[in-house]
Design a protein around this ligand. Structure first.
Ligand SMILES: NC(=O)c1ccc[n+]([C@@H]2O[C@H](COP(=O)([O-])OP(=O)(O)OC[C@H]3O[C@@H](n4cnc5c(N)ncnc54)[C@H](OP(=O)(O)O)[C@@H]3O)[C@@H](O)[C@H]2O)c1
Ligand SMILES: [Zn+2]
Length: 469
């Protein structure tokens, strides 16, 4: 279950070979670098900005105490590559939840005899890239060696030269990359440049793990919108609250601790006004022994201004102000009160059919703000609207061993629902695990499924589908 705690949903932190990597260990003393996309606006243009490539920062990362078992791995080159890539992925994971809107990237450099001589990871946006740090640490020892990197090295000119230049200059003979950079500014050009320079380049080692680790980045950089992950907890009979509306707690302690872990890795946690009015959640990250100080931005959709300023959303200390997303229907005095209570007030478009907050427009705004992932923790109304608008890419559903009954007790998804079975949303890459006494099912929403599958890109088709149930 340990691996369930890392990354975007279950399995994100998994090392396939089962090797306990360097999570939390002292092997890597210094934060490093990654692929930059500062400022967050317009993903296609962002990656080169403020690339400081502070190579000098790299000194001292290794500290001579790296005792990976990689050298003892089966002699087959594929196994060796996979093991070193696992280490690079583990390095990348050190910065989980810290690099947004940039990807998580880790790098390892071996000398020509196969000895580890440099390593690094992207610590946060604005700081140097992983391969720069690893190569700087390796210095002359990189000559004739191998670079393992979890993402294709960047190739475009920003304020500083691209990483491929540093790779070429280092004299490494071979580069192994887990995946091609989905950023349209890179997208294979880095690999092509390295090959032109006579470097042996291999792509695709541990690709699945790398793609999963950067699921939000990949989605964000290719769509300009945050990845939507819908999370809910229901009873065995499919209820998210009793007929009287009680819902705390349905899932067990272990599941709730896991959700707090997840929150640390998301940029946004989203609920509707219904959940605030009913449950008054704090929407912060509270985890014993957790990394300090990074709450996701709490976003509440409230079309007409029903959320009171004494809600815990406003009164709980948090590292970033909450966002109240509303429509023109919200009276000015309510907007002013929210702002005085410390919130950012975003007036977004209204769905024509319902007058509610247009979630597609909200997603656009979130993307423009450089927010790459949204954990949807709402009740059934907002969850259904988000799904119907095509904004949910992954579902994480806890099923708890409780039975509520009650025909009118709410279920995870409200809205209008579908009439024809053929309109169902279907999940793919489904994983099932047990968290304490609860079962966790996760999967990706298969594209081309759902009632609006034929109307891709028209975010507001949720209109008319979502109504108070
Ligand atoms: N077990 C769980 O995992 C879980 C999680 C969360 C909540 N809950 C339970 O769910 C219940 C609340 O359900 P809920 O459905 O009312 O909560 P919700 O989905 O969080 O909030 C719904 C409200 O959001 C507002 N909204 C704004 N834009 C919307 C849009 N585009 N689509 C839909 N709604 C939009 C609507 O109010 P306006 O029209 O006024 O804007 C709507 O009434 C509570 O009993 C709570 O305990 C359970
Ligand atoms: Zn780079």
């Amino acid at each position: 279950m340990q691996d369930k705690e890392r990354g975007f949903g279950p399995g994100a932190g998994k090392d396939d070979d089962g090797s306990e990597d360097i999570h939390g260990s002292k092997h890597v003393r210094r934060p490093e670098n990654g692929h930059s996309l500062e400022g967050g606006h317009s993903p296609a243009h962002g990656q080169s900005q403020e690339d400081r490539h502070a190579v000098d920062d790299a000194a001292g990362v290794l500290s001579g105490e790296v005792d990976v078992d990689v050298a003892r791995v089966d002699p087959g080159q594929a196994d060796v590559d996979a093991a070193w890539m696992d280490r690079a992925l583990a390095l990348a994971r050190q910065a989980l939840g810290q690099t947004s809107p940039n990807p998580l990237v880790g790098a390892v450099v071996l000398d020509e005899t196969g000895r580890l001589v440099g390593e690094g990871y992207h610590h946060r946006a604005g700081e140097p890239h992983a391969e720069r740090l690893a190569l700087a640490q390796a210095g002359a020892a990189a000559q004739g060696g191998t670079l393992y990197v979890t993402l294709e090295p960047c190739s475009h000119y920003g304020r500083t030269p691209p990483c491929v230049d540093a790779v070429i200059a280092s004299g490494v003979r071979r580069v192994v990359a887990a995946m091609v950079d989905p950023n349209p500014l890179v997208a294979g050009r880095g690999i092509a440049r390295l090959r032109q320079a006579g470097i042996d380049v291999q792509v695709g080692v541990r690709e699945e793990q790398a793609q999963r680790l950067n699921e939000p980045f990949v989605h964000y950089i290719t769509t300009g919108r945050p990845l939507g992950v819908w999370k809910a907890a229901m009873t065995l009979d499919g209820k998210i609250a009793t007929v009287a509306g009680e819902s705390r707690w349905i899932s067990g302690e272990a599941a709730r601790a896991l959700v707090h872990e997840w929150r640390q890795t998301y940029d946004v946690v989203l609920v509707g006004s219904g959940t605030i009015l009913r449950d008054d959640p704090q929407l912060t990250t509270r985890r014993a022994g957790g990394r300090p100080g990074r709450d996701p931005v709490a976003v509440v959709v409230d079309s007409s201004g029903r959320v009171p300023v004494n809600a815990r959303l406003f009164t709980t200390p948090r590292t970033r102000p909450p966002v109240l997303a509303t429509t023109e229907r919200c009276p000015q005095f309510v907007r002013d009160a929210w702002a005085r209570a410390g919130a950012q007030v975003w007036v977004v478009a209204a769905e024509p059919a319902t007058g509610r907050v247009d979630l597609a427009d909200l997603w656009r705004r979130l993307g423009e703000a450089g927010l790459t992932s949204v954990l949807i923790e709402s009740g059934g109304e907002v969850a259904y609207s988000a799904l119907a608008a095509g904004l949910v890419q992954r579902v994480n559903l806890f099923i708890a061993p409780l039975l509520f009954g009650g025909a009118s007790a709410p279920t995870p998804l409200g809205g209008t629902g579908i009439r024809r079975l053929s309109d169902a949303w279907r999940l793919t890459s489904v994983e099932v695990s047990q968290i304490g006494d609860d079962v966790l099912i996760t999967g990706r929403v298969r594209s081309g499924t759902g009632p609006n599958a034929g109307q891709k890109g028209k975010g507001s088709e949720a209109a008319g589908c979502s109504r108070e149930s």
